[in-house]
Design a protein around this ligand. Structure first.
Ligand code: COA
Length: 190
């Protein structure tokens, strides 16, 4: 509950505080009815010898609006602990979510939307191979201003080589210098 009521966490998402326990239960009821696929993002907890002793919940990621026969869906993620932002966890969770979407569920395409100032969200999608396909101007109200909404999508054939490289190197995909610079430029105006 504290995570989803922290403006630092929720600024980039559509859901805004205050989020009550009743709102949370209603959200859960709603997503389970509509057949969405939601996964927890868990961090290994290790002892001083590096042995895994348990897991810590830091957020969740999911596929929504599963659409057939079009074979596409929407994706979204929420890490509720800001100390975990920008460490690659979102990228790894998204790569695994795309595995579920493409290899397990047989979707052709996964779509996502981000508020234009949300560098981590936009960045982790680009790192996973998403391409920008649109921009809704002055779409979301944020802190007294209207901000753009960026639409992105990824097809299975664009994700497969990124997944193969991740399996081979065990390193997460990173943004290219060009993508970094472009993103910095886009987000610096906020
Ligand atoms: C969005 C979210 C899931 C991303 O996960 P994350 O673990 O923070 O992101 P990652 O560290 O995996 O990737 C972020 C990438 O964007 C880059 N980036 C972030 N802000 C940037 C900026 N302003 N300019 C350039 N690059 C930027 C990071 O450097 C990183 O790329 P790199 O690893 O190649 O350097 C997470 O931040 C989160 O849950 N935020 C709060 C809720 C939210 O906004 N959800 C998304 C709603 S659409």
């Amino acid at each position: 509950m504290s995570g989803v009521n922290n403006p630092e966490v929720t600024r980039g998402v559509v859901l805004q505080p205050p989020v009550t326990l009743e709102t949370e239960f209603a959200w859960y009821e709603n997503i389970s009815k509509r057949g969405n696929l939601i996964f927890a993002i868990l961090l290994h907890q290790k002892d001083s010898a590096g042995i895994v002793t348990g897991y810590r919940y830091i957020g969740h990621t999911g596929l929504h609006d599963l659409t057939w026969p079009g074979g596409y869906c929407e994706s979204g993620s929420l890490i509720i602990d800001p100390t975990c932002f920008g460490k690659g966890y979102g990228t790894e969770a998204k790569l695994l979510l795309l595995y579920e979407a493409f290899r397990v569920r047989g979707f052709r395409k996964v779509c996502s939307r981000v508020k234009a100032f949300n560098g981590n969200s936009w960045g982790h999608l680009l790192a996973c191979g998403f391409k920008q396909v649109g921009r809704h101007k002055s779409h979301h109200f944020d802190n007294g201003n209207f901000v753009d909404s960026i639409s992105l999508e990824i097809f299975r054939e664009d994700w497969e080589p990124i997944w193969a490289n991740y399996q081979k190197t065990k390193s997460l995909p990173r943004l290219t210098d060009e993508q970094h610079a472009q993103l910095e430029k886009e987000t610096s105006i906020f």
